[in-house]
Design a protein around this ligand. Structure first.
Ligand SMILES: Nc1ncnc2c1ncn2[C@@H]1O[C@H](COP(=O)(O)OP(=O)(O)O)[C@@H](O)[C@H]1O
Ligand SMILES: [Mg+2]
Length: 410
C-alpha cells in the first residue's frame, strides 16, 4: 500500500544538526523530475549556505525513509525559510543600527548644549547636567544624605527634557523625595498637591472669592506653578477627582496650555521652568497592590500614555545601609546599618509574599534607627516607629525578623 503523498511544506526545507565541525545539513527541494526530491548535503556553514558535498535525487518513499533516519540522528527541520532568513537578518541588524543612531543623537545633543549659552548655570546630578533656577523660598531643603541611584539618571534626564514624569511605587520608596532632591540641588521651587485628601478642583485650578466687597480670582496650584515656573508634584494622583484629571490632561503636552474656563477662558501658558510630576502607589505595573491602597482609582492607559511612568523600587540593602550611615552620621556604623538594612529587606520580602500586610518604607527604617540610637534599645524604638502603626500580627512577625538578626543583650 502506498503511503500518503508527501506534502511539500511538510518536508521541503533544511534539516540540520550540530556537529563538532559546525552544523551538518540536508536540504530537500523539489527535483526536476515529477514526484522526485533533490537532497543536498553539507557541513560547516549554517542555513545550508556552505559547499554541497552530496547531491542526489530520490522518490517520495525513499525520502520518507531518509526523514525517519535523520530524525533518529538528531536532524531537525530549520524553519528558516527565505522570508524568515530576511527577518533573522533584520533582527540581527537592529541593535547595531540602534547603537549608531543613539550615539549620533547623543553627539548632537552634546553639540547643542555646548552651542547654547555656556554661561547657563547647571548642576550635575548623576550623569546629567540640570539647568538651575533662581533661589526662592519654595526650593525644598537639601538632604545631604540623599542617595542618587544610577537608576535615577533616566528620570533626571526626562526632567531636563521637560517630560511629564510619573513615579509609581510603594509608600516610602522615595518618589516624592527624588523630585524634591533634584529640585533642591538645582534650586527650583516645588509645590505639592496631595490628591488623597480634600483637594478640590477649586484648590487645584482656582476659584472666585469675595474680599473687601470685591470679587477676586485666586489661582489654584496648577496655574500658579505654570505662571511662576515652579515644579508641581501631584501626589497620589490615583486618588484624584476626575475633574482634576481633566484639567491636567491639557497640560500634559510639553507646551500644553491651561484654559481657565471659570475665568472667562483665560489661557495660561507654561513658564519654561514649569515641570509637572505625579506620584502613585497602585497604577499600571503596581495595580497588583491595589488592595493595599484602598480607594485608589485605576488610571486609563490613554492617560498613562501621556506620562513617562517609572516604577521606583525600594533602595537595595547596600544603598539603604549607605543612606542610614549618611543620615545618622557619625554614630550609625556600617555593621549596624548593614543589619538594619537586612531587616528591612526581610520585612519587604515578607510583604511581597503577603505574610506581612504593611510595607516597610525607608522612612520607617530611618525613623526606627534614629530612635534606636537615642534609646539604645531596638525593641523600645520599634514601638513608636513601627509596632504602634501596624496590626499585632504584623508586629509579631516583624519582631521575629528582628530577633533573627539581633541577639538579645547579654
Ligand atoms: N535615595 C534616597 N536617599 C536617602 N533617603 C531616601 C532615599 N529614598 C527615600 N529616602 C528616605 O525615605 C523617605 C520617604 O521617601 P518619600 O520620597 O517620601 O517616599 P514616597 O513619596 O515614595 O512615599 C524620605 O524622606 C527619605 O528620608
Ligand atoms: Mg510621597
Amino acid at each position: 500500500m502506498n503511503a500518503p503523498e508527501l506534502t511539500e511544506d511538510e518536508n521541503l526545507g533544511l534539516y540540520q544538526r550540530a556537529t563538532e565541525n559546525g552544523p551538518e545539513w540536508w536540504r530537500v527541494s523539489v527535483a526536476d523530475r515529477p514526484e522526485n526530491y533533490r537532497l543536498e548535503h553539507g557541513v560547516g556553514d549554517g542555513h545550508g549556505a556552505g559547499a554541497v558535498d552530496m547531491d542526489l535525487v530520490v522518490d517520495a518513499e525513499n525520502l520518507r525513509a531518509k526523514l525517519k533516519k535523520w530524525r533518529r540522528e538528531g536532524f531537525a527541520i530549520d524553519t528558516a525559510d527565505a522570508a524568515s532568513e530576511d527577518s533573522a537578518a533584520e533582527r540581527a541588524a537592529f541593535m547595531p543600527a540602534l547603537r549608531r543612531a543613539a550615539a549620533l543623537a547623543l553627539a548632537e545633543k552634546r553639540r547643542e548644549t555646548q552651542g547654547t549659552d555656556s554661561t547657563r548655570d547647571t548642576v550635575r546630578i548623576g550623569h546629567i547636567d540640570v539647568p538651575c533656577g533662581i533661589a526662592n523660598p519654595l526650593v525644598p531643603r537639601l538632604n545631604p544624605a540623599y542617595l542618587f541611584s544610577e537608576r535615577f539618571n533616566d528620570i533626571v534626564e526626562d526632567i531636563v527634557e521637560n517630560r511629564r514624569v510619573m513615579l509609581i511605587g510603594h509608600t516610602g520608596a522615595g518618589k516624592t523625595s527624588l523630585i524634591e532632591q533634584v529640585a533642591a540641588r538645582s534650586r527650583h521651587g516645588v509645590l505639592r498637591s496631595n490628591m488623597n485628601g480634600q483637594t478640590t478642583v477649586g484648590d487645584f485650578v482656582g476659584f472666585w472669592t469675595v474680599k473687601g466687597g470685591e470679587t477676586l480670582w485666586v489661582d489654584g496650584v496648577l496655574p500658579t506653578a505654570m505662571r511662576e515656573g515652579l515644579w508641581l508634584i501631584v501626589d497620589e494622583i490615583d486618588f484624584a477627582e476626575p475633574s482634576i484629571l481633566a484639567a491636567l490632561t491639557a497640560v500634559l503636552e510639553p507646551h500644553g496650555r491651561l484654559v481657565l474656563k471659570e475665568k472667562g477662558n483665560e489661557i495660561v501658558a507654561p513658564h519654561p521652568a514649569f515641570r509637572l510630576f505625579a506620584t502613585a502607589n497602585a497604577v499600571g505595573a503596581m495595580s497588583q497592590f491595589r488592595h493595599l491602597y484602598q480607594g485608589a482609582n485605576l488610571m486609563n492607559e490613554a492617560f498613562l500614555d501621556r506620562w513617562r511612568v517609572y516604577q521606583l523600587d525600594y533602595l537595595t540593602p547596600a544603598e539603604e545601609a549607605d543612606v542610614l550611615m549618611r543620615t545618622l552620621a557619625p554614630h550609625m556604623t556600617r555593621p549596624l546599618a548593614t543589619t538594619l538594612a537586612a531587616i528591612a529587606a526581610d520585612c519587604r520580602a515578607a510583604f511581597a509574599r503577603e505574610d506581612l500586610s504593611s510595607a516597610f518604607s525607608t522612612r520607617r527604617l530611618l525613623d526606627w534607627a534614629e530612635l534606636m540610637l537615642r534609646t539604645g534599645d531596638p525593641e523600645r524604638a520599634a514601638g513608636p516607629a513601627i509596632y504602634a502603626k501596624i496590626s499585632p500580627e504584623d508586629a509579631a512577625l516583624i519582631r521575629g525578623i528582628v530577633r533573627h538578626h539581633i541577639a538579645p543583650a547579654a
